[in-house]
Design a protein around this ligand. Structure first.
Ligand SMILES: Cc1cc2nc3c(=O)[nH]c(=O)nc-3n(C[C@H](O)[C@H](O)[C@H](O)COP(=O)(O)O)c2cc1C
Length: 332
């Protein structure tokens, strides 16, 4: 059965790219889209930044036709600011607006935004209602299990946010205090799926990094789809591999070196197109090691790549990698 968010038809068991600051920008989204991801989100965008017209926040509103369906994710601590930010974000023309109630980092959570709203469900509900009422678009929410081990309240959160009109919920199976430590636990996500009151799609998030895990957790936790973050960094092929497996029951071979180089080149080119040569080349530096994980002594190439600031020279090193490792089977 197809999963739907409002009028958006995501097909059966969709795979979502998690919103990731400094990662899920248009260049990275391009390579994920090429590899079959079903829905994507922008990096989180500060509601305060949006209403102040801050350049950094505004730039994150850039979305492209080929990216659809795509959600713009916003966060904030003040309800009126969130309302105004929703109106601004809606004008950018996304398919939906997502609210971040999951971010654990101090800068966000300790300023009353992100996961900190898990400590005040009344405010979270009021904020969500305000966002829903400020846009014609579907509103979705991404959150965690709760603030800490003693307050795992996502079950109640799911009911209350559905009641004020959210149309899908993505849950990262950790609490705020866990940050990214320990294992994600999807048990409560299944509890929510089994709650007869819950009708909206529920997506599982946290630690999916292989076909085995995705297939096992799909069955075990009964989720409507999976959201993947870290495992896609430097490995956007995870989407096509999972899709293929779910459609056919068979495993695709991993990408060849040629394909890895090609995707890395595209990512670099898109980065330059969108950010300009200086920032585009600079920000691409953090991605090289991820694209070539498993290559012996890659450090040597990485050292070269991160020092170069001319695209032709970078392209040359990439060609060198391609020819030097043409016959290597990378085990990922
Ligand atoms: C570098 C990085 C940036 C992130 N930025 C965001 C963000 O902007 N908004 C958000 O909701 N979650 C953010 N997250 C959390 C991810 O969306 C996701 O919930 C988390 O990484 C767990 O999923 P994973 O195990 O598949 O990576 C970020 C995570 C990482 C690693």
């Amino acid at each position: 059965m197809s999963v739907k968010i409002g009028n958006i038809d995501l097909g059966e068991f969709p795979l979502l790219l998690a919103p990731m600051e400094d990662v899920s920008d248009p260049p990275f989204r391009f390579v994920c889209k090429q590899n079959g991801v079903d829905m994507m989100y922008t990096e989180f965008i500060s509601s305060e930044g949006l209403i102040r017209d801050a350049a950094k926040s505004k730039q994150k509103l850039d979305i492209f036709e080929y990216e659809r369906p795509i959600g713009i994710q916003i966060f904030g601590s003040d309800i009126d600011t969130m309302r105004e930010a929703t109106e601004i974000a809606s004008l950018a023309g996304p398919d939906l607006i997502d609210i971040n109630y999951g971010c654990p980092v101090k800068n966000v959570a300790c300023r009353g935004a992100g996961a900190s709203l898990l400590q005040d469900i009344d405010k979270m509900t009021a904020m969500t209602k305000a966002v829903v009422e400020s846009t014609h678009l579907p509103v979705t929410v991404k959150t965690r299990l709760g603030w800490d081990d003693n307050t795992k309240n996502v079950y109640e959160v799911a009911e209350r946010l559905q009641d004020v009109g959210i149309q899908a919920l993505s849950i990262h199976g950790r609490t705020r205090s866990q940050m990214y430590k320990g294992q994600a636990d999807w048990t409560m996500i299944r509890d929510i799926k089994r709650n007869p009151r819950i009708e909206i799609p529920v997506f599982g998030n946290g630690d999916v990094d292989s076909i085995e895990k995705a297939a096992a957790w799909r069955m075990e936790y009964e989720v409507d789809g999976i959201m993947i973050g870290r495992a896609s960094i430097g490995y956007p092929w995870i989407f096509r591999e999972l899709k293929h497996f779910f459609q056919t029951g068979e495993r695709l071979a991993g990408p060849s070196i040629t394909e890895r180089v090609e995707t890395c080149r595209i990512h670099l080119q898109k980065s330059i197109q969108w950010k300009g040569p200086k920032t585009g080349i600079f920000e691409m530096r953090r991605h090289y090691a991820n694209y070539f994980k498993g290559i012996p002594h890659f450090k040597e190439y990485r050292m070269k790549l991160v020092k170069l600031d001319n695209i032709a020279d970078i392209e040359e090193v990439l060609s060198e990698i391609e020819s030097n490792f043409a016959n290597l089977e990378v085990i990922y």
